[in-house]
Design a protein around this ligand. Structure first.
Ligand SMILES: [Zn+2]
Length: 138
């Protein structure tokens, strides 16, 4: 009963995030693509406190990184940690939800490293915004 299982962990992570990427807020319901269970710190193991739900774009762009440079200052710093930090303290939607802007060095470095405003995603976001399905929580 208390045995660890990856499928139960996966379900917990998915439900906790309500099916949306904990970096860029892209929702599975908008893409129809399977979401990834991401290891926030690649060396941190499978504890749920080291896991978050991530879209493929963010997960593949982040890869094994835990830090990146702030495009404004060029200084290296930590990437956003979805379990330890509050999303809205580091990111905000601009241009009606088409683009993410970083409010902090953490936000800016994460947006750049994870390519959260890449053209392909913005094209999709334009459709979600037009349909009233993005950004989440509005
Ligand atoms: Zn994402």
């Amino acid at each position: 009963m208390s045995e660890w299982s990856w499928s139960a962990t996966r379900r917990l992570v998915h439900e906790r995030a309500q099916g949306c990427c904990e970096y860029c807020q892209t929702c599975e319901a908008n893409t129809g693509q399977v979401m990834h269970v991401e290891h926030i710190d690649p060396s941190g193991g499978d504890d749920p406190e080291n896991l978050c739900l991530s879209c493929a774009n963010c997960n593949l762009s982040k890869a094994a990184a835990i830090s990146a440079s702030d495009p404004e200052t060029g200084e290296m710093g930590p990437l956003f940690h979805p379990r330890q930090q509050v999303w809205s303290a580091h990111f905000q939607w601009v241009d009606r939800g088409l683009y993410l802007a970083g409010l902090t060095a953490v936000g800016r470095a994460t947006i750049q490293r994870l390519q959260m405003n890449q053209e392909r995603v913005v094209i999709a976001r334009r459709r979600w915004v037009a349909g009233g399905f993005h950004p989440p929580g509005l």
